[in-house]
Design a protein around this ligand. Structure first.
Ligand SMILES: [Zn+2]
Length: 376
């Protein structure tokens, strides 16, 4: 009787705990208009001429589960032929950030928290952009954040401190990158050191586009920086399919090189809405990233020699799905953190070489696999 009584008390208190945990900050999001997803036939060939690395900043399996649920059980991402898991710790912290985590993806080495394109001692590391250029390929970056943010800087700049915003952009001028799309215009030409980085880029032979329309209509070849926004790109509802269009424009330009190209595309602001614990905007960013993945995979399938790798640098927000309805496209979820959390993140691959991205891997392995497949 005593045992039964304590069992009942335990059972009751567990029940209370579970339901109160679920009710804490529980948010609901419904996607009114789901989008169509098509099956993409993967190319048959083995040759890897180009690699497109797509990073969902802060995107875990829960983000994908939630997005999949609200889009009625389908995502473009599901066209991936291979799925693996990436372990993300920094050298000095279990839970990493976009500086350290992104540097491992960009340069193949573990580094310290908040470091960008450097090892823990501050020594600059070469990124896939640098290796691609040295091999005679073209290289580019398209992001929805400010260009001084950690992920683009992991590939284009070097600093032990990701918060050195203006220094990071000045250092970026030394990259041989061919195509850059992102926000952050204000620290190109309103700088404490008085430099005008747009003018410097023009002197180096870059076309500088201050609107997306200029990039789209006036740039047919050559090197380009397109920086249409002072800080980040507008909200997903306002900017529409800008990331997909900018990515495809970048691919069109980079693909003119007969030696092939490397490109990094980031769904940057998933991370922001994870930090802000805003489920609605987080879902819109995740779905925008998925539609961009679809456009990129469709291009890669037509090309036949392009590998697409999709992953994340870390998880943000501790997002947990507690319920929902596939028929109505509704998800109920909450956040357990305003920061990053320590789950492994998924890796997806599509196209020739995709089979290399299964099983457990370190985030650094993703770099080494890409480097090997592109013969850099
Ligand atoms: Zn973050």
């Amino acid at each position: 009787m005593k045992i039964l009584k304590s069992f009942i008390i335990t059972f009751l208190s567990l029940g209370t705990l579970t339901s109160s945990a679920q009710k804490t900050n529980l948010q609901t999001f419904t996607l009114d208009k789901p989008y169509t997803v098509e099956k993409i036939q993967a190319p048959k060939g083995k040759k890897v001429k180009n690699v497109i690395l797509m990073i969902g900043d802060g995107m875990s399996l829960m983000h994908i589960q939630a997005a999949w649920t609200v889009n009625r059980g389908r995502l473009w991402l599901e066209n991936a032929q291979a799925v693996g898991l990436s372990k993300t710790p920094a050298t000095n912290r279990l839970i990493t950030d976009s500086g350290s985590g992104g540097t491992s993806l960009a340069s193949g080495y573990k580094t310290s928290y908040h470091a960008v394109g450097v090892d823990p001692t501050g020594k600059p590391l070469k990124s896939l952009i640098d290796y691609a250029k040295e091999a005679g390929k073209s290289a580019g970056v398209a992001v929805t954040c400010r260009l001084w943010d950690a992920t683009p800087c992991d590939f284009l700049s070097h600093n032990i401190d990701r918060d050195k915003e203006q220094e990071l952009l000045a250092e970026m001028m030394n990259s041989q990158v061919d195509f850059v799309f992102g926000g952050g215009a204000k620290f190109f030409n309103k700088r404490d050191d008085g430099r005008d980085l747009f003018k410097e880029l023009q002197k180096k032979g870059y076309h500088v586009s201050r609107t997306f329309e200029d990039l789209l209509n006036n740039v047919k070849s050559g090197k380009v920086y397109c920086v249409p926004f002072d800080v980040d790109t507008p909200l997903p509802d306002e900017r529409g399919d800008l990331l997909a269009r900018a990515s495809l424009k970048g691919i069109e330009l980079l693909n003119q090189n007969k030696n092939g190209f490397f490109m990094m595309i980031e769904g940057s602001q998933l991370d922001d809405y994870g930090h802000f614990n805003q489920l609605d905007l987080l879902m819109k960013e995740t779905l925008d990233f998925d539609r961009t993945i679809g456009k990129v995979m469709q291009w890669a399938a037509r090309d036949g020699e392009t590998l697409v790798v999709v992953t994340a640098d870390h998880e943000t927000g501790g997002l947990t799905v507690h319920g929902g309805d596939l028929a109505t496209g509704t998800v109920k979820a909450n956040f357990s953190s305003k920061g990053h959390t320590g789950t492994m993140v998924p890796v997806y691959a599509f196209g020739p070489g995709a089979e290399n991205f299964t099983g457990f891997m370190d985030n650094t392995d993703i770099f080494w696999k890409i480097k090997k497949l592109l013969k850099l």
